[in-house]
Design a protein around this ligand. Structure first.
Ligand SMILES: CC(C)(COP(=O)(O)OP(=O)(O)OC[C@H]1O[C@@H](n2cnc3c(N)ncnc32)[C@H](O)[C@@H]1OP(=O)(O)O)[C@@H](O)C(=O)NCCC(=O)NCCS
Length: 210
């Protein structure tokens, strides 16, 4: 692994030179920056009880909360410690969800991964697609060493998505979130840069020679 200080500086430089939100795309999903018209989509997504049942907070009750969420996306990008992409249909560019690298920490070369899709897009493997773009950006572009995720243990879909991506279950944090539906435990998952590269190689991805 690169010397600690140079890796941290490399990550800071990569984030620092970003002039606009990085656009990532595959055949079936696009990760793009926030636009004003996405605020209604954010409200639709995060006010849906089906989406929020395993989230660390309850459903949004007003559009103003979605406006706050949008402001937080822009503030986080400004501070370069949050990349909260809008997940969109590459054909129509319409919002279908979000995908996030949060608490980006150059000093420890790590970040957290989050994602949420509108229910009509569940069951199509799109979370794996979206997360694959974000993980490759985090590991291969930024040079992060570790990316982690936490789920409510009963969130079988999200647990399955993380395991398909090669994440390892690392532990359980008891009674970690106070949710309107009750106190939630957290399953902690972790993925290392070398593991992501091995995962991609296993899928036939060829890396540029260093
Ligand atoms: C988590 C979420 C993104 C997964 O969406 P998705 O990519 O459409 O996931 P899928 O529905 O394809 O399910 C993924 C896997 O879970 C498994 N799965 C799905 N439903 C399941 C069920 N009811 N029981 C057991 N396993 C199930 C399947 O193995 C499936 O993979 P497959 O492609 O092999 O069939 C989506 O459910 C969501 O947005 N939830 C609300 C927000 C959220 O909870 N985000 C994560 C917070 S940690």
């Amino acid at each position: 692994m690169q010397a600690h200080s140079t890796l941290a500086q490399h990550i800071r430089d990569k984030l620092g030179t970003l002039s606009q939100f990085p656009l990532l795309e595959s055949d079936c999903i696009r990760l793009r920056g926030l636009r004003e018209e996405d605020i209604d989509g954010l409200y639709r997504l995060f006010s849906d009880p089906r989406v929020m049942v395993y989230w660390s907070r309850g459903p949004m009750q007003s559009r103003a909360e979605a406006e706050d969420y949008a402001r937080n996306i822009l503030d986080g990008f400004g501070k370069r410690d949050l990349l909260n992409w809008i997940a969109a249909d590459p054909k129509t560019d319409a919002m279908i969800g979000t995908t996030t690298l949060y608490e980006i920490n150059p000093a420890h070369a790590r970040a957290g991964l989050g994602y949420a899709l509108m229910p009509e897009y569940w069951g199509k493997g799109l979370a794996v697609e979206a997360a694959t773009l974000a993980l490759s950006y985090g590991f291969l572009e930024l040079g992060l060493h570790r990316i982690e995720a936490d789920t409510e243990p009963n969130n079988v879909r999200s647990n399955a998505v993380l395991e398909k991506l090669g994440f390892q279950r690392e532990g359980l944090l008891r009674q970690r979130f106070i949710h309107p539906d009750g106190i939630q435990d957290s399953l902690i998952f972790g993925l290392l840069n070398s593991e992501w590269r091995a995962h991609l190689s296993a899928q036939g991805y060829a890396f540029e020679p260093d």
